[in-house]
Structure formats: C-alpha cells, structure tokens
Design a binder for this molecule. Structure first.
Ligand SMILES: NC(=O)c1ccc[n+]([C@@H]2O[C@H](COP(=O)([O-])OP(=O)(O)OC[C@H]3O[C@@H](n4cnc5c(N)ncnc54)[C@H](OP(=O)(O)O)[C@@H]3O)[C@@H](O)[C@H]2O)c1
Length: 308
C-alpha cells in the first residue's frame, strides 16, 4: 500500500515526516515518483491525473489537497475511487481572516483611500459603524460559517443564503433560488463562498447585481467562474456595485492587460484567501485513511453527482 503526494515539495516533506511516524507501513511518494503504480491506494493532490484507473489499478481514494474539487470532472474519477475534499481547521481559519479583512476594506472604503493616496488627495468619507451594515454570505458550508462567526464578532448584521435550509445563531438565513432576491435586497456587502457547480457558474451576474442595494460591495472567494466579469465591470461603471475584492478570477493567473489589474474599484489577490495548513491537514488525512480502512464514512466525501 502506498500514498502518492502531488504538489508543493515543502508541504510534501512535512506530510511525509508526519506519515512516517503515524503510518510507517504506508510508503509515501512525491509525484512524479509513484513507486510501484500497482501498489498506489491513495493519491493526495490538486491537479487531475489522466487515466487514473489504467495507471493505478489499486487506487481507492483521490484526496483533494484543497477545499474545492471543481477541477476534477466526474468522468476523471473511476467508479471504484472515492473523491474526498479537504476539510481542515487551517483552511477555515485562514479563510475567516481573509473574509474579515476584505469586509473591513469595503466597509471602511480602503480602496477609495488607496486611490486617493496615489493621486495625492486627502478627502474624508463618512464612517458608519459595523452595526449599520449587513453582510451576506452565499454558501453556508464549512467556510461560510467560519467567516460569519468572525464577522459577527465585529457587530455586522448577518445574512446567509444556502441550497438547503440552515439555522445559524445571529444569521438571517435564506434558502434556494426562491429566496435569493429577498436575501440580496438586504446585502450591503455580498460574499460568494459557493462551490463551483453547473448551478452556481456565472451566478455573480448583472441579474444578481441589480437585486443588491445600490452601491453594494462584492467579495468573491469562491471560484473565478462564479463571476461574469464584463457584468461586474458594468455594475462598477453604473455604481450599482462600488467596490469588489476578488481572490479568484476566471483565468488564473489573471492575464496581462486584463481590465481588473488597474480598475479603481477592484482589489485583487492571487487566490490566497485560504491555504491548506500542512500540519493540521496531515492529521485530517490520517484520520480519513483510518476511516477508509475501517469502512467508516470519510470526512469530506464528495457527491460526484452534486459536484461538491
Ligand atoms: N479562494 C480560496 O482560497 C478558496 C479556498 C478554499 C475554498 N474556496 C472555495 O470555497 C468553496 C466553499 O468551500 P466549503 O468548504 O465551505 O464548501 P462546503 O462545506 O461544501 O459548503 C458549500 C455550501 O454551498 C452550498 N451550496 C452549494 N450549491 C449551492 C447552490 N446552488 N445554491 C445555494 N447554496 C449552495 C451548500 O449547501 P448544501 O449544504 O445545502 O448542499 C453548502 O452549504 C469551495 O468549493 C471553493 O470553491 C476558495
């Protein structure tokens, strides 16, 4: 039995050390070294590997090293292989930090002040307390809930929208397409924390932006393909959206010359909102391997039909 790690070499070394101590009988390989391909039972990585079934006939579980799994199309995963996404406390903690920072940037007009500084202007914008603003999160999963907990500590009014009903302390919750309009109508700052699926692709579009209060802020930490990029540019132009913080874009890295690079209403980061923390993630992987061996349900098991 062996596990193949595909990804950042430094993270791989940390995992290899932890595995050597906890699972000495499971040989650990760094891609592209896979050892004996017929002995590979687990792969952990981010990028899809073609011809999984033919190359690794004993493969049982493909672990995504990140929270999202939209890079794995269902046809890439053989019927005999389970796909498991990463649910670990480090991802949730770093995502909650990022979303808190981005919300405060929008709430306290920091992009406007950055633009002013670049132009040598000194102009004050009225300050409102957090209690005067409503922040809405789309997608009330692991990461959405972690972010809402942090935002609640700052005093923002909170809303959430989700596919299935949720009841969260201090959060006004809305469910499904029928309640999307009511949810959006109260969101001064909207945060997308959805998985990318056929239903959510392109959801951040002109028809959604017009349902927000005039001058709303937008944060996208889901996937770039959630956003219809020309629609955001039009919404910024009209003032329907005043400012956006984007951690993800449709094409990554964002191509040179793309209008987002220099737009005065857009703050960009290179897909770093959260990152898997190798130490905590290794514990989660080890627990899932034990669960798999003991015939228990693994944490983060993906429903391929649903797409997340
Ligand atoms: N930028 C970054 O660095 C970064 C890092 C990690 C993750 N992400 C993104 O964040 C996403 C969320 O991660 P997570 O761990 O929170 O996932 P999760 O625990 O699976 O939560 C996803 C939530 O979205 C809801 N949802 C799915 N489809 C929906 C739809 N059509 N309408 C309304 N709600 C829907 C789900 O509702 P149900 O429970 O009812 O199905 C669930 O509550 C990932 O898929 C990834 O795209 C980004």
């Amino acid at each position: 039995m062996s596990i193949v790690f595909q990804g950042d070499a430094a993270r791989g070394r940390i995992w290899q050390d932890i595995f050597a101590e906890a699972e000495p009988d499971l040989s650990f390989h760094h891609w592209p070294d896979v050892g004996d391909p017929e002995a590979v039972t687990y792969i952990v990585g981010w990028k899809p590997i073609p011809d999984l079934a033919a190359r690794f006939p004993a493969l049982k579980v493909m672990f995504s090293s990140g929270a999202g799994v939209d890079q794995f199309a269902p046809h890439m995963i053989p019927d005999s292989v389970s796909l498991v996404r990463m649910i670990e406390p480090g991802i949730a903690a770093t995502m909650a930090e990022y979303v808190t920072l981005a919300t405060l940037l929008l709430h306290r007009n920091f992009k406007a002040y950055a633009n002013q500084q670049a132009e040598g202007r000194w102009e004050q914008i009225r300050v409102y307390p957090a209690t005067a603003r409503t922040v809405g999160v789309m997608g009330l999963g692991n990461l959405g809930q972690a972010a809402l907990t942090q935002l609640g500590h700052l005093g923002f009014k909170l809303r959430g929208w989700n596919r299935s009903p949720r009841a969260l302390d201090g959060v006004e919750c809305f469910t499904g397409p029928a309640e999307l309009g009511s949810f959006l109508s109260g969101c001064d700052i909207l945060i997308c924390m959805l998985p990318l699926t056929d239903e959510t692709r392109g959801i951040l579009s002109a028809s959604l932006f017009v349902q927000l209060p005039q001058g709303a802020g937008l944060i996208n930490v889901g996937r770039g393909a959630h956003l219809v990029e020309p629609d955001l540019l039009a919404a910024l132009e009209s003032g329907q959206v005043t400012s956006a913080v984007l951690d993800v874009t449709d094409v990554e890295p964002l191509p040179p010359g793309h209008p987002f690079w220099t737009h005065p209403g857009i703050t960009l980061t290179p897909h770093i909102a959260s990152m898997t923390q190798p130490e905590t993630a290794a514990r989660v992987l080890l627990d899932n391997i034990r669960r798999h061996r003991d015939g228990e349900t693994m944490i983060g098991l993906v429903d391929l039909g649903r797409g997340y």
